[in-house]
Design a protein around this ligand. Structure first.
Ligand code: GGG
Length: 356
């Protein structure tokens, strides 16, 4: 029997609450299938930082390297600058394990009313493939004259041919999968950013030529942002840089109902290293501790992890249980118009497993 060894980092804020429900669902689904999980929890994040002066221990990456996957809640704390939490945990993990793809589906499920008028179930059904190890998040730059009136910050975007080509190729491979509409949109801004984004555009043209059966369009990020609202039906697979993908997926989440439904995976497609499964939402300190965070994004992220580890049936079962609850519309957290707690929704997903 396969046993999947998973490093669990609940992290901060609502991360601790939604991971609890995610684990509950994962444990429950494995009981019905011929595999098991071996979860090890690591108390890393902002509280660890407050005691130890770092977000995770110095040997944390070596520790994580011994796992099949990482299941993460969220990092971020109102008393700690966000660049510390990101650069102290999230980004080193993504880089060290070459998780160069961030895959983020946005699907309008039955039972969900989009804030966009007149949208029916599955009118919105896209996946954003976000470059995840370089681009605007490359952490290259510096300060000059700090604390003087002349203070300067220089932030460099890094766009390499290899980095652009590999994530764009992955997007085309996703578009070619059965059930997809065989179309890739490239998100660019090469009219204003005439170096890095030109490397991106050239990579897109080269990879597109390898996939003549896939339709393509290259659009400026401002136009894509507008069309996510105006006509989201046009998008199938969308591939963009680290920053553009980050921003667009918040729009994708909200037009399909809630940040509380948006799942996400940081993938090393070559499987040399553990991939990391972490929902789109952050630690949401404004609602932490109230028991009202929607655990569905974390639960659906757990389904992505199960699928990545070869447990397709378990993944489908989790997704189907969430869809059932959404369609029923009775047991939902407040972000979806309900009044149920995080725990009640987690329990309801468990109860709905294996319904069909
Ligand atoms: N806006 C949702 C949110 O805060 N997500 C967490 C986040 O932005 N993480 C950084 C990242 O994904 O790059």
């Amino acid at each position: 029997m396969a046993i999947h060894k998973i490093a669990v980092i609940r992290g901060d804020g609502i991360g601790t609450e939604v991971v609890e429900e995610g684990l509950k669902v994962l444990r429950s689904v494995s009981a019905q299938h011929p595999f098991d999980w071996d979860f090890d929890e690591f108390p890393w994040g902002s509280l660890y930082y407050m005691k130890q002066g770092r977000m995770m221990p110095s040997d944390a990456l070596d520790t994580l390297a011994t796992y099949d996957a990482i299941f993460l809640g969220a990092v971020g704390h109102p008393d700690i600058q966000d660049h510390i939490t990101l650069n102290g945990l999230l980004l080193p993990i993504r880089r060290k394990f070459d998780q160069y793809v961030c895959e983020r589906p946005s699907i309008l499920y039955p039972g969900i009313i989009s804030p966009l008028a007149g949208k029916n179930p599955y009118d919105i059904d896209m996946v954003v493939i976000r470059e995840n190890t370089e681009g605007e998040y490359a952490n290259v730059g510096g300060f000059q004259y700090m604390d003087f009136p002349e203070e300067v910050g220089i932030q460099t975007g890094v766009f390499t041919r290899k980095g652009c080509e590999r994530v764009i190729r992955y997007a085309f491979e996703v578009a070619a999968r059965p059930g997809r509409r065989k179309h890739v949109t490239s998100v660019t801004k090469s009219n204003a950013q005439g170096y890095g984004m030109i490397v991106w555009d050239r990579a897109f043209d080269r990879i597109a030529a390898e996939f003549p059966e896939i339709g393509t369009v290259s659009m400026l990020v401002d136009a894509v942002s507008m069309d996510f609202i105006r006509r989201p039906e046009m998008f199938d697979v969308v591939v963009g840089s680290n920053l553009f993908g980050d921003i667009l997926t918040d729009i994708g989440a909200i037009i399909t109902g809630s940040m509380g439904l948006a799942s996400s995976a940081n993938l090393d497609p070559e499987r040399r290293y553990p991939s990391m499964f972490e929902p789109v939402h952050g630690s949401a300190p404004d609602i932490m501790g109230q028991g009202i965070a929607n655990p569905m994004a974390q639960i659906l992220t757990g389904a992505m992890m199960a699928r990545h580890l070869g447990e397709d049936e378990a993944a489908k079962e989790i997704e189907s249980a969430v869809r059932f609850l959404l369609d029923q519309g009775e047991i939902l957290t407040p972000d979806l118009g309900g009044s149920s707690s995080t725990e009640v929704v987690g329990n309801a997903v468990v109860a709905a497993l294996g319904r069909d």
